[in-house]
Write a protein that binds this ligand. Structure first.
Ligand code: ADP
Ligand code: MG
Length: 233
């Protein structure tokens, strides 16, 4: 029995205005533990809107969003922030690292609101950096790293709290094709280790690596069903 991490049921997001914009329409989506999902669609189709909802950075106008079985509509801002910090990891196109902090400090900052001593946080940050292959650059500054290495630090920062779901928004958008492949290899490795991933992308090289692909067009989600190939009966 698969355990759902994300359940969207009849979720709409309408931006008020004249006319109002239906950025997401009646979205139904389940992401189970261990899934590797790509979300693809053209510019303006609703990808960021969906990511903001999944990331608890925005709330649906209608419908239900359950994260780890918790109905997020029931929560106040403080509890939403708690879920965001404890159950979600974010990776962005532009890394969002602090240049004047070392790599290990950047990763430690993700846990600043969690329990545990500084030395425990440091130990976990080191383990996360080792997991992404940067155990040899702990005390370097992100400004001295390549783009691919910076994205690895950002992935370590997203992983350090052991999130239920890793949300990535165009994670290879600032990387050349060779470096992108290396980041996608890391995602494969993390997926095989049991991580649940949802990756927003317009790049088919990225979506081809995922197990599932959900398309958005004008705010409407649809999932491509993969028909297993085999001999006809
Ligand atoms: N804050 C907002 N106010 C009004 N309209 C918005 C807002 N954010 C997004 N939209 C509209 O919602 C639609 C989906 O936008 P978005 O989710 O950013 O698309 P994508 O990330 O796929 O490019 C677009 O028509 C966009 O103009
Ligand atoms: Mg967008």
């Amino acid at each position: 029995m698969k355990t759902p991490v994300v359940e969207l049921a009849g979720v709409r997001r309408i931006f008020e205005g004249t006319p109002p914009v239906v950025a997401l329409d009646e979205a139904n989506l389940t992401i189970n533990q261990g899934d590797y999902l790509a979300i693809v669609g053209p510019s303006g189709s609703g990808k960021s809107t969906l990511l903001h909802l999944l990331g608890l950075l925005d709330t649906p106008s209608e419908g239900v969003y359950r994260l780890d079985g918790i109905d997020t509509a029931e929560l106040g801002e403080r509890d939403r922030a708690g879920l965001r910090a404890n159950r979600l990891g974010f990776v962005f196109q532009s890394f969002h690292l602090l240049g004047h902090r070392t790599n290990v400090e950047n990763v430690m900052l993700a846990e600043v609101y969690r329990k545990g001593s500084k030395s425990e946080r440091r130990t976990r940050a080191i383990a996360a950096l080792e997991r992404v292959g940067l155990g040899h650059r702990l005390d370097a500054f992100p400004t001295t790293l390549s783009g691919g290495e910076r994205q690895r630090v950002a992935i370590a920062r997203a992983l350090v709290g052991e999130p239920s779901l890793l949300l990535a928004d165009e994670p290879t958008g600032n990387l050349d094709s060779v470096t992108s492949e290396q980041i996608l290899d890391l995602f494969d490795q993390l997926h095989h280790g049991g991580l649940t991933l949802a990756v927003i992308t317009h790049d088919s090289d990225v979506s081809l690596r995922a197990e599932r692909t959900v398309r958005i067009q004008d705010g409407v989600l649809s999932e491509a069903t993969v028909v297993p190939t085999g001999d006809s009966p």
